[in-house]
Write a protein that binds this ligand. Structure first.
Ligand code: F6R
Length: 365
């Protein structure tokens, strides 16, 4: 039931603080350390694992891209993240020293399931991150990490994504502490910050009028560009997918450094550009990219961390997310993008929960 919300999508966007909190807190023991239920990946197992494949489709794939970043940074194991329908028809480097991670909300996506079976046949250890308990992907995996998002009804995935991100950070942290590739202090500090995420998401949700107002002034656009660098580009991929699937606006996301290799040719007066600039290390670079598109007439909406006043000089509008560690920003920066997509679709009179041509679970090729 929609419980007073106009659509399932906005209800589910609002359920994210709870979903993230459940996903995290159910797996923290009383010492505050991560315990991955029945998942028993020992130090010996991890020492053997020389690479990780993360395979998924759509939004789950976007969560995988962030997972790749977290596992490489925390656990220092190389990760390949692939789209399930591509993985199946490539010649992946899989053997018994590979950890294969499938991410799927429904656990029934055919391409993801087929990729999992192929990896299993080649001897990989299979860990899946799944929302639906007892689904096919879960049943066929050696280990399962359930995201506690609760049932996701809207076709456009929202709370599944933020809980998948939470899961990937936890898996990466667990691998890192088991492998001893991270200090306990660092591990504790990241868990502490993950615990703050529900409250920080809530803060963005409380300010929904910012996204709503932006949508009310921008809904007539027929194309929107998203750009970012580092982790921001991954959150931008997800923001762009949300927008196109429910509002039918032609949108795509590019790594901001790629602008001048082609895409900048499309920028003209009043082109809407959503620029994610949450990464401290890449901030100056993003400022130059914002200036580049502004110089061609773009209308720039920046998403930045609170306290960053300087960006107001470059962007036309700034949406702030609460301050956090750079590596955790996707959990927050996706939220204003979800809200923006939702209000764009509403303003355009689209069928938000059931967009045309799409199904909630893709069980065909
Ligand atoms: C987008 C969306 C899809 C799914 C994709 C994978 O909003 O919902 O891109 O993420 O079809 O589905 P699952 O996670 O069920 O395997």
């Amino acid at each position: 039931e929609k419980e007073g919300y106009a659509h399932f999508m906005i209800k589910e966007i609002n359920e994210q603080p709870k979903g993230v909190s459940e996903t995290l807190n159910r797996r923290l023991n009383k010492e505050g350390n991560i315990e991955l239920d029945s998942i028993k990946i020992t130090k010996e197992d991890l020492d053997k694992i020389d690479k990780v494949y993360i395979v998924a489709c759509g939004t789950a794939y976007h969560a995988g891209l962030v997972g790749k970043y977290a596992i490489e940074k925390y656990a220092k194991i190389p990760v390949i993240c692939d789209i399930a329908s591509e993985f199946r028809y490539s010649d992946p480097f899989i053997d018994e020293n590979t950890l294969f991670i499938a991410i799927s909300q429904s656990g029934e996506t055919l391409d993801t399931l087929a990729a999992l079976r192929e990896a299993k046949r080649k001897g990989a250890r299979i860990l899946s991150v799944v929302n639906v308990v007892g689904s096919s992907v879960a049943r066929e995996s050696h280990d399962v990490f359930y995201t506690w998002a609760g049932p996701e009804i809207a076709v456009a995935s929202t709370k599944a994504y933020t809980t998948q991100l939470t899961a990937m950070y936890m898996i990466a942290l667990h691998m890192a502490i088991t492998k001893e590739s991270m200090s306990k202090e660092k591990y504790d500090s990241i868990i502490e910050e993950l615990k703050n995420m529900p409250e920080k998401i809530q803060k963005i949700l409380d300010d929904y009028v910012i996204a709503q107002h932006l949508a009310d002034t921008q809904f007539n656009n027929e194309s929107v560009f998203f750009m970012g660098r580092g982790l921001d580009i991954n959150a931008a991929y997800e923001g762009s997918l949300k927008l196109k699937e429910i509002s039918y606006i032609n949108s795509f996301a590019i790594a901001a450094g790629e602008l001048k290799h082609g895409t900048i040719a499309l920028i003209e007066d009043d082109t809407l550009v959503i620029a994610l600039a949450t990464q401290d290390r890449l901030y100056e670079k993003m400022l130059s990219n914002i200036k580049e598109v502004k110089a061609r007439g773009a209308y720039v909406v920046a998403i930045a961390k609170e306290g960053n006043k300087e960006i107001e000089k470059s962007a036309d509008t700034v949406i702030y997310i609460p301050d956090t560690m750079d590596e955790l920003t996707p959990i927050l920066s996706v939220v204003p993008q979800q809200l923006f997509s939702y209000y764009m679709a509403v303003a355009r009179g689209c069928d938000v929960d059931k967009p045309r041509n799409l199904a909630k679970s893709v069980t065909v090729e």
